[in-house]
Design a protein around this ligand. Structure first.
Ligand code: CAA
Length: 240
């Protein structure tokens, strides 16, 4: 049986690697994206993966978008909540907008995507919900009170929902990447970034494919006994 997966923020960065890895492994894949039409069109052209535009921060848009994907590709078995943003600022300078935008995308977005799919997964007695959190949801990071709160929330969400999904054949897991070589990390001032790399025992940033491999592992039918778990992939930077 060919299973169907959707990856939010699936046309760039870690999400693009996840989408491509799932496709290569034989899944039907849809990639959601919110903003960058040009990058999404290029990604779709190069990979053959259909792209769907909506904001994960908007519940109604998620419900409508997911219905469209299911009409096109069939019921969604695997949800990868990957979409995430940063609005880094020391807390004394952080605005309410910076707080709300990050919570709305990184935490509310996970609710908005999972909730419309949950009943169908329960009815079909199979589901995989895989959320991409962050090392900074585990350890906290100065300049990221908003982001760290949202990513820690993703971990709590996973642990709670795993207990609800278990008897319905749905596993719910979270992956905490460390610093991965993506646009998000490259946006950190170079000096700060160099300081971060110095704290990574492996001695380098991670690669998006190294996170995609974790997703493939959790997505498989054979991973049914793994639920509520946190996979840490951070080059040894933080030992949770
Ligand atoms: N701990 C404590 N204090 C710190 C600090 C730290 N790690 N870093 C900076 N400070 C202090 C500075 O010493 C300074 O103090 P004084 O004013 O008393 O001198 C003050 O905070 C301001 O520091 P900056 O000059 O750096 O302030 P800024 O306003 O120019 O920049 C910032 C602030 C935007 C948060 C910048 O420091 C920054 O980008 N930091 C990196 C944050 C980070 O790691 N983000 C990760 C992005 S990648 C990602 O999120 C993906 C993932 O999941 C891993």
């Amino acid at each position: 049986m060919t299973r169907t997966a959707i990856v939010t923020g699936g046309s760039r960065g870690i999400g693009a690697s996840i989408s491509v890895a799932l496709k290569k492994a034989g899944y039907n894949v849809a990639a959601n994206y919110a903003g960058n039409d040009e990058a999404a069109a290029k990604f779709s052209h190069e990979t053959g993966i259909p792209v769907y535009k909506w904001s994960v921060g908007d519940y109604d848009a998620c419900a409508a978008g997911l219905s469209k994907v299911e009409a096109d590709l069939g019921p969604i078995d695997i949800l990868v909540n990957n979409a995430g943003i940063t609005r880094d600022s020391m807390f004394h300078k952080m605005t309410r907008e910076q707080w709300n935008e990050v919570i709305n995308t990184n935490l509310n977005g996970v609710f908005n995507m999972t909730h419309p799919l949950w009943s169908g997964m329960r009815d079909r007695r199979f589901g995989r919900v895989i959320t991409i959190s962050s090392i900074n949801g585990q350890k906290g990071q100065a300049g990221q009170a908003n982001y760290s709160a949202s990513k820690a929330g993703d971990i709590g969400f996973t642990k709670a929902l795993a207990q609800e999904g278990a008897r319905a054949g749905i596993t719910v897991n979270v992956i905490c990447p460390g610093y991965i070589a993506t646009d998000m990390v490259m946006a950190v001032p170079e000096k700060v970034r160099e300081g971060i790399i110095a704290q990574i025992p492996v001695g380098r940033l991670g690669e998006p494919d190294e996170i995609a491999r974790c997703v493939l592992f959790l997505a498989s039918d054979e991973a049914g006994f793994i639920t509520g778990s946190t996979i840490t992939a951070n080059g040894g930077q933080y030992l949770a």
